[in-house]
Unconditional design. Structure first.
Length: 167
């Protein structure tokens, strides 16, 4: 996620945007990919874009989507929604993390990782996303917010390379 998307997400979370309205807007964009293309297209007049937004989107998010159009940031909408969800989960006391792996962990390993993360971060529940990445060569990476715990072969090789360069 880009910092810009995170900043927008923080702002709309603090303003009390309803998740349902964002979900409905996301659904509209997913059902009509050409809509996103039109709102991103700089050759289409802002007034035309605003008219379309007024007709299609829930009233509670219209001004936000118009602001994204004005700032040329509509393409970040999905990223903003993802960041908003992470912020909302965090506010509800749920830890949001991602496990990037080369070989899928067993159920026992997954339970162990979840327990360790919950203990380390002092949370009671976790939403763990699993992502496969064969480029890691082995091992895994855990991402929690801005923090990254790298236990991958690729990460160890990179660290070793950096140590050798410093000498």
């Amino acid at each position: 996620m880009t910092q810009t998307a995170i900043n927008y997400a923080k702002a709309i979370f603090e303003l009390g945007f309803e998740k349902q309205a964002l979900d409905k807007s996301r659904e509209i964009f997913e059902c009509a990919p050409e809509l996103m293309e039109a709102l991103v297209n700089p050759s289409i007049k802002i007034s035309s874009k605003r008219a379309v937004i007024d007709k299609l989107f829930p009233e509670s998010v219209r001004n936000f989507i118009k602001l994204l159009c004005d700032n040329g940031s509509v393409a970040l909408f999905f990223e903003i929604c993802d960041a908003y969800e992470a912020i909302a989960d965090e506010a509800a006391g749920e830890l949001v993390a991602e496990l990037v792996y080369t070989t899928a962990p067993s159920d026992a390993q997954l339970d162990g990782i979840k327990k360790k993360l919950l203990k380390d971060y002092g949370k009671t529940s976790i939403k763990l996303t699993l992502t496969e990445d064969k480029d890691l060569l082995g091992g895994f990476i855990i991402k929690v917010g801005d923090e990254e715990i790298d236990h991958s072969v690729r990460g160890h090789l990179k660290g070793l390379s950096q140590k050798l360069i410093r000498r």
